[in-house]
Design a protein around this ligand. Structure first.
Ligand code: CA
Length: 228
């Protein structure tokens, strides 16, 4: 499950340099040349992290960050602002805008990747490769394995991502819209009942070990993964 990194940068050379490094680190780069095209990308599918140039032709990165923070769907998107300015006041303004981190050009690709990794770990553990275990059910992202004791459970790729997301938020009621955003990365073009279809398949897949009981349907709310 590769994290999707949206790179919003109007300078082709810098955009390409970042994209190459992002891809090399195992993430999926998505490119936008200005704020308008970035908005279209975000509407189509939520990225896991945004690298955002401060000076864009149509809207400043700070302004775009403020707008993203004002909407429920994009409020929690991790954002790293990239800028050529180094003044302290600008740095503060960057944080005031709601960006999570800040880098001054020119930066080394290595440092950029370190910040990307740190921010993804903090904000999107579902994109991390660490195994999760709840109530005897264990999910290993790097090997795509789900086990219960000695038993290996067979899950389709969507059910695997869905389970990973549910296990990331145990004991929380997750709405169908939230699950679509987190698992499908898009709640604009997929119907909410798609979630129900995959929850049903996931429960079937977990039945052999009895772990389907951990997925609770919350009437009028969505679904909750019980802590054990
Ligand atoms: Ca620029």
């Amino acid at each position: 499950m590769n994290a999707k990194v949206l790179i919003i940068e109007d300078e082709p050379a810098i955009r390409e340099l970042i994209a190459v490094n992002i891809r090399h680190a195992g993430y999926t780069p998505i490119l936008a040349v200005d704020a308008a095209s970035a908005r279209r990308q975000i509407d189509a599918a939520l990225p896991d992290l945004i690298l955002l140039d401060w000076m864009l032709p149509d809207q400043s990165g700070v302004e775009l960050t403020r707008r993203l923070r004002a909407e429920a769907r994009t409020r929690d998107l991790p954002i790293i602002l990239l800028t050529a300015r180094a003044e302290e006041s600008d740095k503060l303004q960057g944080f005031d805008s709601g960006a999570d981190d800040y880098m001054t050009k020119p930066f080394s690709p290595r440092e950029l990747l370190a910040r990307v990794r740190a921010l993804l770990r903090r904000s999107a553990p579902e994109a991390s490769q660490d195994p999760v275990e709840i109530g005897g059910l264990r999910l290993e992202p790097d090997t795509f394995r789900v086990t219960a004791g000695e038993q290996t459970l067979k899950l389709g790729p969507t059910e695997f991502r869905l389970l990973h997301y549910l296990m990331r938020y145990p004991d929380r009621v997750l709405s169908r819209g939230k699950l679509l955003d987190g698992v499908w990365g898009d709640h604009v073009f997929i119907e909410e009942r798609t979630v129900d279809v995959h929850i049903r398949r996931l429960r079937l897949a977990l039945q052999p070990s009895g772990h389907e009981r951990l997925i609770e349907t919350v009437r009028g709310g969505g679904y909750r993964f019980l802590p054990a």
